[in-house]
Every structure is written in C-alpha cells, then in structure tokens.
Design a protein around this ligand. Structure first.
Ligand SMILES: [Zn+2]
Ligand SMILES: [Zn+2]
Length: 261
C-alpha cells in the first residue's frame, strides 16, 4: 500500500477516532470498526446528530475500489437499502464511482455517501419519512438513476448517451449532434455529462454499464447491432449480474455536511 492510501486512512481515523483498524484478513482492504458519528443537515430538513456502529472494508486501491460498509449495531434492518451480502446499499454503482473519483479523499467520500445514508435513515426513524427520495432497489433503480443523471425520460436515449462514452464507433467530437436527438451539438447539450462519466469511470466500467442498459432496451432497436456484435465487451457483459448494481440517488441539491467540531 502506498503513502497515499496510508495518509487517507490516517485522515479517516483522525476524523472518526472511534474507528479502529482490525487485524487484516486480506491484503486488498483494511477493516475499520467502531463508531461513526455525524452532525448533518439537509435543505428543508432538520439537523440530525447521530452515531452508528460500522464495519468498513476500506480497499487499498480506493478510489478505484469502493468501501464496503456494514452497520453492526443492529439499528438498520435488512429491509432498508441493504444488499444481499449484508453491506449497505449506498447508491448506484456508477454514482458511487463518480463520487469516489471526484471526491477530495476518503473522508469526503465517506461523508458524502455513508453519512448521507445514515442521515436519511435517522431521519426516517425520527420523522417517519425519508428526507429525500430514494431509488428503486435493483435494475429499475439503476435505470432511474441513469435517466436522472442524463435528465432524459427514455431508456433508449440514455443508452445512446452511454454509448457515446464508449469510444465505440466515431470518437467523441463536441461538434457532433448530441445522441439524445436534440439536434444540438454535444458541446451545448449532453457533452459535459458524457465527459464527466468518461473522466470518472474506466472504459471497461463504462462498457459494462452501457451493455447492462443496452440489454434492457426492448429489442435493442435503436442500438447499432453491428457495433454490439463486434464489440469485445459483449462477451464480458454476459457475466454482469445487473441486479448487483445498487441504487440510491446521490444528486441531492442542498445536501451539506456540517464540519466536524
Ligand atoms: Zn437500495
Ligand atoms: Zn443531448
């Protein structure tokens, strides 16, 4: 593990001194166990101070790999956004990757993703409702989040936009008409959103995401079948279990984390 990882780990332990490093079971992640406390507020919702007992598998290759988080104090029931393996369902796969790779570090990622999850659960328990909407669990949630990200309402259009992240076929040119069908150049339409995805996710990750969505498009009508068939990612994508990508919306205007005391 490099110094970057160690300094990130140090920052996490300084921010939440009740977290403790556990003896390592594998070399690819460090387990942090203990209390994660927060004071947070969301626009239109009250400030909440709370603390949860967590186990965080923190991957050495963060932000390429994402932390796996379990709530071990028995407060969050399995019926609330929990993955089949018992880890918290913190958001859709592509959103979490984007946040991790754009965040200024591990503390920022945990605050944005884990604290906002815990805040929303505390809010649900205290006030009987979530402070912001959540996405469906499973395939539907991933589709909802992609539609929300691109601000479009058709899966076929989202698939075309994702395809433009691939570098399959013509290279991305900002002068080209946007694939969303607006007849406006990419540069003044979905170019920035496509660019952000290309920056944050690897080509392979984007291919998997696109293929997962493309298989959801009925009959694949608007997709270029030839490029699908010729693409090597087709084979890889058959092994993707789409249901294992998880979802909760993260693009929440007004969210902010109170600085630590
Ligand atoms: Zn969920
Ligand atoms: Zn567009």
């Amino acid at each position: 593990m490099g110094p970057t990882f160690l300094s990130q780990l140090e920052q996490v332990l300084m921010r939440w001194p009740d977290l403790r490093m556990q003896p390592q079971e594998n070399a690819s992640a460090v387990e942090l166990c203990g209390t994660l406390d927060f004071t947070a507020i969301h626009a239109g919702s009250p400030e909440i101070a709370d603390a949860y007992e967590l186990s965080i598998q923190f991957p050495i290759e963060f932000p390429k790999g994402l932390p796996q988080v379990r709530e071990i104090g028995g407060r969050v029931p399995k019926t609330f956004h929990t993955n089949p393996d018992g880890t918290l369902c913190l958001g859709t796969d592509f959103r979490l990757k984007m946040i991790a790779r754009q965040a200024s570090g591990a503390v920022a990622y945990l605050e944005r993703v884990v604290v906002s999850y815990l805040y929303s659960y505390s809010h649900l328990i205290q006030f009987g409702r979530l402070p912001y909407g959540d996405l469906s669990h499973g395939d539907q949630g991933e589709i909802e989040d992609l539609l929300s990200y691109f601000e479009v309402n058709q899966v076929t259009i989202a698939a075309e936009l994702l395809k433009a992240t691939q570098g399959i076929g013509a290279p991305l040119s900002l002068h080209f008409p946007c694939p969303c069908g607006s007849k406006v150049p990419l540069s003044s339409c979905h170019g920035a959103k496509i660019g952000k995805l290309r920056e944050a996710l690897s080509r392979e990750e984007l291919s998997i995401l696109w293929m997962a969505l493309a298989t959801k498009v009925e009959g694949g009508r608007r997709l270029n079948r030839l490029s699908l068939l010729n693409s090597s990612v087709l084979i890889a994508s058959r092994e993707v279990d789409f249901a294992r990508l998880y979802y909760m919306q993260r693009n929440r205007p007004g969210w902010k984390q109170r600085p630590a005391k």
